[in-house]
Design a protein around this ligand. Sequence first.
Ligand SMILES: *[C@@H]1O[C@H](CO)[C@@H](O)[C@H](O)[C@H]1NC(C)=O
Ligand SMILES: *[C@@H]1O[C@H](CO)[C@@H](O)[C@H](O)[C@H]1NC(C)=O
Ligand SMILES: *[C@@H]1O[C@H](CO)[C@@H](O)[C@H](O)[C@H]1NC(C)=O
Length: 134
Amino acid sequence: MSPVTKKFLLLCVLAVLSVNNVLGKVHVKITNSLTNKLNLTIHCKSKDDDLGVHLLHPNESFSFQFKRKFFGGTLFYCSFQWNNELRWFDIYKQTRDVQGGDDFNWSIKESGPCVTIVYSTQPFCFPWNPKLLM
Ligand SMILES: *[C@@H]1O[C@H](CO)[C@@H](O)[C@H](O)[C@H]1NC(C)=O
Ligand SMILES: *[C@@H]1O[C@H](CO)[C@@H](O)[C@H](O)[C@H]1NC(C)=O
Ligand SMILES: *[C@@H]1O[C@H](CO)[C@@H](O)[C@H](O)[C@H]1NC(C)=O
C-alpha cells in the first residue's frame, strides 16, 4: 500500500469514528398517556440490558439512554401492562429509528405508542407488536 493510500484509509477510519461519537447517545422517554387515570407498568430490555420493572402513574415518565451499536442492530423492547392488558412494543429499533435523531418521546396510549421526534411537529403512532401465540 502506498503511503498516500494508507493516509487516506486512516482518515476514513477517523471520520467514521468521529461521526459515531458525534451521534452520541440516544434518549428515550416513555410517558403513561393512558386514559381514565390508569397506572401503567413497563419493563424494557435489550439483549444486554434489563432496565427493570417500573410503575408509571398517569402522566409519569421513565427515561433511559444508550449508545447505538456501531454496526447497527440495537433493539430495546418493552412490555406494557394495565388492567388485564399486556402488550409489547419495540421501543427502539435501530433499523427503524436511526434516522429519527437522538431524542424519542413516546406516549403510551391504549391504541398503541406514539412518538415525538425533533424532525416532526406531528407525533407518529404505531400499532402494538403482534400478540405472541404461545
Ligand atoms: C395506581 O397505583 C397507586 C399506587 O402506586 C395506587 O394507589 C392506585 O390505586 C393505582 N391506581 C389504579 C387506577 O389502579
Ligand atoms: C395528563 O396530561 C394531560 C395533558 O397534559 C392532561 O390533560 C391531564 O389532565 C393529565 N392527567 C393527569 C392525571 O394528571
Ligand atoms: C422530549 O421531552 C423533553 C422533556 O422531558 C424535552 O426537553 C425534549 O425537547 C423532547 N424531545 C422531543 C423530540 O420532543
